[in-house]
Design a protein around this ligand. Sequence first.
Ligand code: GUN
Length: 288
Amino acid sequence: MANIIDGKAIASQVRGEIADGVQRLIEQTGVTPGLAVIIVGDNPASQVYVRNKKRACEEVGMYSEVYELPATTTQAELTDLVRRLNKDNKIHGILVQLPLPKPLDEAEIIAEIDPSKDVDAFSAYNTGKIMIGDFDFLPCTPAGVMKLLEKSGIEVSGKECVVVGRSNIVGKPQAMLLLHANGTVTICHSRTKNLAEVTRRADILVVAIGKADFITGDMVKEGAVVIDVGMNRRADGKLTGDVDFASVEPKASYITPVPGGVGPMTITMLLQNTLTSAVNFARKTSLN
Ligand code: GUN
């Protein structure tokens, strides 16, 4: 029987600490952390994420602005908005919700965001900072995973860590954060041969491939820690992860459920990054 890692409870505790940090910053400097979220088009999943981000900001005492733009928005219009927000002193974090509708160019717009306000840590600059281990902003989902491990008392140093998935948003930065924590890290992907052989080596297995119930009990070592980043919708409408919980849970020592595992941590780390950015802004402006 595995310990179930309660992401909701841990997120709530961390958000409490962030709310305290927000109040302290306001009292000491008069700066209220502010997040701007831009959503283009009417992707229903994106609309839910954006609503949740706005609500989360309010709950920790942050200021937020949501820009809901039509799918017909041009690259030039979107660029103008980002450039305006780059100069806005009320705003310390800018997030462009992905995916963007075609033909908008995601890479081009991410490159427009001032790196000091890039609270998703998606830009080439912040990605590079993560690589060298000198960062202000941690990528939200991988940082959420690290926080779950830390709060569950799971040591990473010296462990065999296997990351399944190599996306720029999760897999690659996740591997880097585990490496910074002194794990021995392997990244698997769609071309990996004998995947089950590799995943069975893992003391800590992080799965982010977007395939429902893909990792089954026979692919997991007895006593492994299993972190499921997947968020898939089954035909019956139910949410499920990339890990087949029923067959993996009996073998794992710790496991995250879906929903209620990694999901609540992603927005929590976005709030943390926005607070960090506002603290940095307050420090810079007090020095001028
Ligand atoms: N779309 C899905 N997840 C994310 C995220 O973490 N940030 C942004 N900007 N878009 C997303």
